[in-house]
Design a protein. Structure first.
Ligand code: NIG
Ligand code: FE
Length: 409
């Protein structure tokens, strides 16, 4: 073991849920030592090497997990959709509102009108709330600009907020989210622009880590999605997909064909899609917040995904239309209550499996050499993280080795 002469930060008095292996990886009475942005040592405190530490955080029996990874959000947007919520409660459907030019396009109008600084101000509390419950890595999509400059503006805002709050933000271009008003009735022409102009511009700017699309009745067809994926491949960017959310378009199989990082939502996923995802190693990202808020009744095929060995991630889908939540912990609860994941599956789904969905191999478990992303909770066992809903037991996080605690222990 290569140990440094000093630890920068040392956490003691904590129990660890390392998530090493297939179980919780429980280490009672543990400690974590950090040097720079890496975990230098993790294990039982009794075995802690005799290395001095610059800063010591002594807890009294809290639990540490890998920092949460929220692998699917749309948290950079302006305005809200409360009136659409009221309409849906009176009986209008999400699809009807979208077809009338509301829904995503109404958030596009507000987001285009907001300056970059205003978008930072509106979006900061959302990222801060995710981080406040333990998230240390957050994926953020564009998709509310739907023109080149506004899409890049959203991605730039996401990166700025990540740097400011020390959250590792991963950005995804979602220009194929809806047809912008200027292209009404001309979806193919919009896809031409996405493929010929926006995907290459996003790749050149370095502002996008991946490309996503919305393949559905009110989104884009399979053929249009294929073209977006081809443009992404040409630009050297990995893909992922909003697939089988409202209907089965065989989108997950298409995503798998392109070696997608993940296919997300998946309520209408078919056995064929499951087989293709299993063969390609594409992660299934389940979004219980959207299922709940749209009052869906068709459950994603969790058992079949398990049987096929498809890794299952869980995420907030933080967005103003279908999942206006900033609570990753609530999503752990909903993944169990609504989708029947076990607490262990849910927590793995928002740590190591979510890291896999972003192809980040240096996080998601507590182990020496991994990024020092750690969440600390005032709970008495790790399953409690998924059991409760509506509270926040997070005491704070290490984000890339930097302690972020409201009250330092
Ligand atoms: O993940 N379905 C597509 N995209 C988002 C919703 C976006 C919105 O309604 O603003 C989702 O559910
Ligand atoms: Fe989404």
């Amino acid at each position: 073991m290569n140990l440094p002469a000093r630890f920068d930060v040392l956490l003691t008095g904590i129990h660890l849920a390392t998530l090493e292996g297939a179980d919780w990886g429980i280490v009672r009475d543990g400690a974590i030592a950090v040097t720079g942005d890496r975990i230098a040592w993790a294990g039982p405190e009794s075995g802690l090497p005799a290395v001095p530490a610059s800063r010591r955080l002594a807890f009294d029996g809290a639990w540490a997990t890998p920092g949460l990874v929220d692998c699917h959000t749309h948290l950079v947007y302006a305005g809200n959709r409360a009136s659409e919520f009221e309409r849906r409660l009176r009986g209008a459907t999400y699809e009807e509102i979208a077809r009338e030019g509301g829904g995503i396009v109404s958030t596009v109008r507000a987001t285009r009108a907001a300056s970059e600084d205003a978008l930072v101000e509106e979006s900061r509390p959302r990222l801060a709330a995710l981080a406040g419950e333990g998230a240390t890595t957050v994926e953020v999509k564009s998709g509310y600009g739907l023109e080149r400059t506004a899409e890049l503006k959203q991605l730039a805002v996401a990166r700025r907020l990540g740097a400011e709050l020390r959250v590792d933000v991963r950005t995804t271009l979602l220009a194929a989210h809806a047809v912008p008003p200027e292209y009404e009735g001309r979806a193919d022409a919009w896809i031409d622009t996405v493929c010929g102009d926006i995907v290459p511009a996003a790749a050149r700017s370095g502002l996008a880590d991946a490309v996503d699309a919305f393949c559905d009745r009110i989104g884009f067809t399979r053929d249009q999605t294929r073209r977006v994926f081809e443009a992404a491949r040409e630009a050297g960017l990995p893909v992922k997909l909003h697939a089988e959310q409202l209907s089965d378009q065989d989108g997950a199989a298409l995503a798998a064909e392109f070696g997608a990082l993940s296919a997300d939502h998946l309520e209408w996923l078919s056995p064929r899609g499951i087989g293709a995802m299993a063969a390609a190693g594409t992660v299934a990202v389940l979004l219980p917040g959207a299922y709940y808020a749209l009052r869906e009744t068709k459950l994603p095929p969790v058992d079949a995904l398990r049987r096929a060995g498809v890794p299952i991630a869980v995420s907030t889908d933080c967005n103003p239309g279908t999942s206006p939540t900033t609570s990753p912990l609530l999503m752990l609860n909903m993944a169990c209550t609504l989708f029947r994941l076990t607490p262990l599956e849910a927590v793995r789904g928002m740590t190591c499996v979510a890291a896999q969905a972003l192809r980040l191999r240096d996080r998601g478990v507590l182990r020496a050499g991994m990024r020092a992303d750690v969440a600390v909770y005032a709970v008495s066992e790790p399953a409690e993280l998924a059991w409760r809903f509506g509270g926040n037991p997070c005491l704070g996080t290490l984000r890339g080795g930097v302690p972020c605690f409201a009250v330092e222990p």
